[in-house]
Design a protein around this ligand. Structure first.
Ligand SMILES: Cc1cc2nc3c(=O)[nH]c(=O)nc-3n(C[C@H](O)[C@H](O)[C@H](O)COP(=O)(O)OP(=O)(O)OC[C@H]3O[C@@H](n4cnc5c(N)ncnc54)[C@H](O)[C@@H]3O)c2cc1C
Length: 412
C-alpha cells in the first residue's frame, strides 16, 4: 500500500491498528494526546505505594484470539501468566463456602455433570439457561433471557457478566453477553484460561507495541491532541492538532482510535455511546507474596482478587454505587473482605484506590445501537475503539479486534 496510515489515539485499539499496518510493511504515524500510550490499559508508578501498578486489573481469557495474536505480533505474549487449565477459585462471604470451578478443556461441558466440579448448589439443568443466552439472545436485556436469580446466576453468571459487561447484568445487552459466552464458556475450557500481565500492563501490551512500531520506522507522536478534522472535496484532507496541521494526501488513510467523547467533538453528527460506567480498583501492598489464584468473591463489595508480587489488588466493576464512599472507608471495607479470603491479618496495609469513572460505555441495548461501524461516510477515514460496533463488549479483545479491522479496511 502506498501513502501513510495516520492513527489517532495510542490506546490498545490504536496500537493494534498501527502494528497491524506496520506488519504489512506500510508507513504508519501514530498521534496520542497524552504523554503516554496505553489509554485505559497501562501501568504507572504509584507514589502512595511506591511501586508500579496498573490503572486497573486486566484479565483476558485464552479464547481472546485477537488479543493473543496482537501480543504475539509485538512479542508481549511471554508476559502473561495464568493456570494451565481453566480454573477459577470462589469464596462466598455469606456462607464462607469456598470452591474451585474447573471448566473441562473440551467443548462438551462434561464438568456440569460432576457435582464436585460444577458450581455448588446448582444442577445440570440450570446450565441450559446459558445455552439459551448463547443461542437466542435477541436484542433486549440479559434479564429478559435469563432468570437473574439462583445459585448459578449468583455464583457464576453474575460475577462473569459484571466483569465482562461492566454493568448490572439484568439491564445489560443480551447480545453482548451472548458474544462473551460464545467465545469463552461455550468454546470450552481451552478458551477460558485466565491470563494476567504478570509484570504490569505496560510491559506486556504497550512497551513492546511501541518498540515494534519504532523498529519498523513508524512515527510516534505524544502530546498531539487532534482538535479538528478538515474535510474537502476528496474527503478528509488534514488533521489539525492545534500546534501542527498534518496534511492527508490522496493516498493516505486515517484511523480515529480515540474515545467516544473525542469523536463527539470531532464528528458531532455521528451518534456514539453517551453513557458510561465506572470501575474501581484497590491495591494493597503486602509484606510477603500471597499465592492466591484469581479469586471471585460472592456477596461482597470485592468482586475479584488478583495477587501480584508484593501486592493484592481488587476489582469492583459497575462501580458507580461506590463512587461516593470515602476512599479510606472503601479501602477498610474491602481489605476486611480480602483478609478473610486470603486469611491475612485485619490491619489495613498501605493502600491505593484507583477509580476510572468512565471506564467503559454502558453496555445497555440503547447504548449498543449508538455504536458506529468502522467505516465512515468518508472513504479515507475509519474508526477503531472498544466502543465501536464490534459485536463484543468494551474489553481488550474488542479494542484490539477493532484495530485489526480498521487496519484491514485502511489497507484495502
Ligand atoms: C479499570 C479498568 C479495568 C478494565 N479491566 C478489563 C479487563 O479485565 N479485561 C478487559 O478485556 N478489558 C478491561 N478493561 C477495558 C479495556 O481497558 C478497554 O476496553 C481498552 O483499553 C480500550 O482501548 P481503546 O484503545 O479502545 O480506548 P482507550 O484506551 O481509551 O484509548 C483511546 C486513546 O485515545 C487518546 N485520545 C483521546 N482523544 C484524543 C485526541 N483528540 N487526539 C489524540 N488522542 C486522543 C486517549 O488519550 C487514549 O490514549 C478495563 C478498563 C478499565 C478502565
Amino acid at each position: 500500500m502506498s501513502g501513510t496510515v495516520h492513527i489517532i489515539g495510542a490506546g490498545l485499539a490504536g496500537l493494534s491498528a498501527a502494528t497491524a499496518v506496520a506488519e504489512q510493511g506500510a508507513e504508519v504515524a501514530i498521534y496520542e494526546a497524552t504523554a503516554h500510550a496505553g489509554g485505559r490499559c497501562r501501568s504507572y508508578d504509584d507514589p502512595a505505594l511506591g511501586i508500579l501498578i496498573d490503572n486497573g486489573n486486566h484479565i483476558i481469557l485464552s479464547g481472546n484470539r485477537s488479543a493473543l495474536a496482537f501480543l504475539k505480533r509485538i512479542g508481549g505474549d511471554g508476559q502473561l501468566s495464568g493456570p494451565d487449565s481453566a480454573t477459577f477459585d470462589f469464596v462466598d462471604l455469606a456462607t464462607d463456602q469456598r470452591w474451585r470451578l474447573e471448566i473441562g478443556s473440551g467443548v462438551i461441558p462434561w464438568w456440569i455433570f460432576s457435582r464436585a466440579r460444577r458450581v455448588p448448589g446448582t444442577r445440570p439443568g440450570d446450565y441450559l439457561t446459558m445455552a439459551r443466552l448463547v443461542l437466542r439472545p435477541g436484542n433486549g436485556t440479559v434479564g429478559t433471557v435469563l432468570p437473574c436469580t439462583g445459585a448459578l446466576y449468583e455464583r457464576l453468571l453474575e460475577p462473569l457478566l459484571v466483569a465482562t459487561l461492566n454493568n448490572d447484568p439484568p439491564a445489560a445487552s443480551a447480545r453482548l453477553a451472548a458474544a462473551v459466552m460464545r467465545e469463552t464458556m461455550a468454546a470450552g475450557g481451552d478458551a477460558c484460561r485466565p491470563l494476567v500481565a504478570r509484570d504490569g500492563l505496560s510491559s506486556a501490551y504497550v512497551e513492546p507495541a511501541l518498540a515494534y512500531l519504532r523498529a519498523r520506522g513508524a512515527e510516534v507522536h505524544f502530546g498531539h491532541r487532534l482538535r479538528r478534522l478538515a474535510f474537502g472535496d476528496r474527503g478528509l484532507e488534514a488533521l489539525d492538532f492545534g500546534n501542527a496541521v498534518v496534511p492527508v494526501s490522496t493516498t493516505d488513510r486515517v484511523v480515529l482510535a480515540v474515545t467516544p467523547d473525542a469523536i463527539a467533538r470531532l464528528m458531532p453528527d455521528l451518534p456514539v455511546p453517551s453513557e458510561f460506567r465506572a470501575i474501581a480498583n484497590l491495591h494493597f501492598r503486602v509484606e510477603r507474596d500471597v499465592d492466591l489464584p484469581v479469586t471471585g468473591v460472592i456477596h461482597g463489595l470485592t468482586q475479584w482478587i488478583f495477587s501480584f508480587p508484593g501486592r493484592l489488588s481488587v476489582t469492583i466493576s459497575n462501580a458507580d454505587a461506590v463512587l461516593d464512599v470515602p476512599r479510606e472507608e472503601l479501602a477498610r471495607r474491602v481489605w476486611r473482605e480480602v483478609s478473610l479470603v486470603a486469611r491475612l491479618p485485619e490491619d489495613l496495609p498501605p493502600w491505593q484506590v484507583v477509580v476510572e469513572r468512565r471506564a467503559t460505555f454502558a453496555t445497555l441495548p440503547e447504548q449498543e445501537i449508538r455504536r458506529p461501524p468502522a467505516r465512515t461516510r468518508h472513504p479515507n477515514l475509519f474508526l477503531a475503539g472498544d466502543w465501536i460496533d464490534t459485536g463484543l463488549p468494551p474489553t481488550i479483545e474488542g479494542a484490539v479486534r477493532s484495530g485489526e479491522n480498521a487496519a484491514r479496511l485502511a489497507a484495502a
